[in-house]
Design a binder for this molecule. Structure first.
Ligand code: AMP
Length: 173
């Protein structure tokens, strides 16, 4: 077992002052650690009959695609506004200052499909909560939410839909 912490680099004041950015590119550059990270992210959901993995732009695409392969599921991207070419649905969410939104193709999830949600990092939870709303609008059944990293101090879990298993591989105090 690798110590995955070693492959995550803290970048102070990026992209703006006061934020400590968790840079996962060293982990991605190391085959064994990426494989282990995805194995640990998906482990609790192996027997949940996951049909689709939904990953959030942009680092959620990397872990989400690998998780989908691992679970034998399809992959669905959730993107920033205006990026997806076909008919979309949109969910807005609040940021510390202002608003943002995420979009998904309107035909990406069928009613009743079992979905695992994936992103690289849980901070305040706003992004993942909005992505979960998109899946539910289309009638998808969310069977779990997986992150590589959870910034526990921001209490993002409390913002996520209740009653769904939330799993993170690395917890940062
Ligand atoms: P939030 O909606 O606050 O939970 O933010 C989660 C999203 O923002 C994820 O897609 C992360 O990739 C990104 N993010 C937020 N904070 C950080 C951070 N400190 N380091 C790296 N990515 C971050």
């Amino acid at each position: 077992m690798q110590d995955l912490h070693r492959y995550i680099r803290d970048i102070p004041d990026f992209p703006k002052k006061g934020i400590v950015f968790k840079d996962i590119t060293p982990l991605l550059g190391h085959f064994g650690s990426t494989t282990q990270a995805v194995a640990q992210m998906t482990a609790p959901f192996k027997n949940k009959a996951v049909q689709l993995v939904v990953g959030i732009e942009s680092r959620g695409f990397i872990f989400g695609s690998l998780a989908a392969q691992k679970l034998g599921a399809g992959f669905v991207p959730v993107r920033k506004p205006g990026k997806l070419p076909h008919k979309t649905i949109r969910q807005e969410y609040s940021l510390e200052y202002g608003k943002d939104a995420v979009e998904m193709h309107a035909d990406a999830v069928a009613k009743g499909q079992k979905v695992l949600m994936v992103d690289d990092l849980l901070a305040t939870g706003g992004t993942m909560d909005a992505a979960c709303s998109l899946v539910r609008q289309l009638g998808g059944e969310i069977v779990g939410i997986a992150f590589l990293i959870e910034l526990e101090a921001l209490k993002g879990r409390q913002k996520l839909p209740p009653g769904i298993e939330v799993h993170s591989v690395i917890q940062v105090k």
